[in-house]
Design a protein. Structure first.
Lengths: 358, 358
DNA sequence: TCCTCCTATGTTATCGATAGCATAGGCAAT
DNA sequence: ATTGCCTATGCTATCGATAACATAGGAGGA
């Protein structure tokens, strides 16, 4: 039985323990484990045997402190991981980080700037090499060089405002404009827009793209079909339902992100004939839906990779001289659905045939 | 201009710098920052002013070393974050971790056990408090108490084999059995199964549930409709297409996870009348698809939360005496689509009406 | 007035690993 | 044989923060 000294402390073996067991000094252990050529093979073997026997594992906390490194990690502050955009982004970041022997410390972004600032200082206290962030508001003072203590920061999806920093953006404007134009080309004139809060840069940019396409086509009376809201499927569904209930409903809608698109799809599944939809973010089932569908596609994973690359580029190197860089991830417009012509889609009106096998 | 001494090292201020500026000792700074009641308000203010002026931030690496803690983080080793199952799991883990002031270090699981073992030791070197893992194969020796150096480990989605450890599982068997029974109740007798490799526990369990339902109904000749494969949408699509091309195709299919379900949906969208589908994992657009659809739903976020709870329960406490626990996340079966009756779904045969607004 | 006690602060040792310098022992050269 | 050098290993200080112990100086009691 163990005395009170054992309360919770599993007392991991240290290098000193290895040294004692191997009958050498700690420094010799350190050198042996780094395969220093000055250490005899015989000694190395004794050390390695002791390491095996004790199950010794280097304490990176101590090591990092001594060699002046941080935690060998990068911080990632993003929104809801349940949103595929963010999870794919995280995937890309993790991929590149691993190639550099770094781990990713991820934390969920706060709703408010204050919380976000706390997360930032927390990560900096943990001595991450830098931070990748999809910031919430447009007040980015807590991400300026001062508060960041010189650690690099990369903005994703939204550009820094008021401070100089690298960022990776999606071509929101061009993508939205092109997709909207395609709707117009298909003959739609009454087009609605289910947008994000205009305080979100992405939301503003996408709306700008929408406006540009409409203006160029000479369409001006779309304001009553425009809505802004949070990224929430249920809320979007409600919003779209209200738009569709107007006396003269639009014949097409642009959804500003995948949350809004899903909400729109739910609401649109109730109207006949189906409304045409366009929206930002591709999704897996896009190809099998029986309604005119246009999506603005891009690669969120690549966005994450690029952000990590920009960040790591500044880590270690004296990159303070390099001016802020801005990488734009290109978008492409994909037209799914009936218009493509060759798809064999799920059909309306076969509800009665449901229990096909019965 | 800066001399060569400035190469890359941003030289963050230390507690010593603060002490010097405030005209006190480092210990006084430490106490002041911990709001020790023995320190004069006057001194505290001087210290705080110095902290402000220098932008000092506590070095948690040093602190953790001294107080004998690890990195205040938990390791998360999971499969592809692009799979919503994993990203939601990660969300739940992060949620609970944050409540305990811990961050999550996540790394992508390896394809092979060897890589996985490397990731584990790497995380342990970084002194995480414990590890949550969705292991790849069924050889879990690298996760035994020895290699884990006594750090707790929690298995998610798959139980530990050959070692004692906590785990959180989904009720794969019951969920699959119930969903399959519902298909049978709807009159299907020729039911296929698009499964995972049988080496994956989840895959085996779900197949067992499928078999149980079929046996109970006296259905025995389903073997030719059973396939196993990797979790890949494209591969699943191909597989399902080949099943549907059989002389006597099944009238219903069970897809063992969301990847297979999506592949099945793609393939099934090409046949008429639509095949009935059932599958593991709910998905957002399930409610608007015009085919008989049954899903086994559960909460992956809660699975992550529960795993984190189990892990944290063993951290710090002398929980070595607590025997391994097994938590089962319940499933529920949801029937979507035409059979429900009240849904107004996308319809077949309106392909020509596509450009509705034109 | 002197001595105690308390209070605010300082000193030292420590966490575990590692850089830099120090040293013992062997071998070669003179 | 003695000097000198080289090689394998050891010793000490250090990274930054903190626990444990130490101390100066003032307040209060006799």
């Amino acid at each position: 039985m163990m005395g009170p000294a054992s309360r919770g402390s599993r007392s991991v073996p240290t290098m000193r323990d290895v040294a004692t067991l191997a009958g050498v000094s700690v420094m010799t252990v350190s050198r042996a484990l780094h395969d220093d050529p000055r250490i005899t093979d015989d000694t190395k073997n004794r050390v390695r045997a002791a390491v095996q026997q004790l199950g010794y594992l280097r304490n990176d906390t101590a090591r990092n402190l001594r060699i002046g490194r941080g935690a060998d990690a990068i911080g990632l502050i993003i929104g809801n991981l349940a949103n595929p955009f963010y999870s794919q982004l995280a995937l890309g970041v993790g991929e590149v980080a691993e190639q550099h022997g770094l781990t990713v410390m991820f934390v969920n972004a706060g709703r408010d700037v204050e919380r976000e600032a706390r997360l930032v200082t927390d990560l900096l206290s943990r001595r991450v090499e830098g931070i990748i962030i999809a910031p919430e508001g447009d007040d980015h003072r807590h991400l300026a060089a001062g508060p960041m203590r010189g650690a690099p920061v990369v903005f994703v999806a939204r550009p820094p405002s008021g401070i100089a920093a690298d960022c990776v953006l999606v071509d929101d404007f061009a993508g939205t404009k092109e997709a909207t134009s395609r709707l117009i080309k298909r003959g739609h004139t009454r087009i609605g827009f289910v947008g994000l809060p205009s305080t979100v840069w992405t939301g503003a940019e996408r709306f700008r793209g929408f406006q540009a396409a409409m203006s160029e086509a000479g369409l001006r009376s779309y304001k009553r079909y425009v809505r802004y809201q949070e990224s929430d499927v249920t809320a979007a569904e409600k919003t779209v339902r209200s738009i569709l209930a107007l006396a003269t409903p639009p014949t097409a809608l642009f959804a500003a992100n995948n949350r809004n698109m899903f909400g729109a799809l739910r609401a649109a599944s109730e109207v006949d004939p189906p409304i045409a939809l366009a929206g930002f973010d591709d999704f897996e089932l896009a190809g099998i839906l029986a309604l005119p569908l246009i999506v603005v596609a891009y690669d969120p994973v690549e966005l994450g990779r690029e952000a990590a690359r920009l960040l790591l580029d500044r880590v270690g190197a004296n990159a303070a001289d390099v001016p802020p860089r801005r990488v734009i991830i290109p978008t492409s417009v994909i037209e799914y659905g009936p218009v493509g012509g060759s798809y064999n889609l799920f059909g309306r009106g076969n509800g009665g045939r449901a229990a096909a096998g019965s």
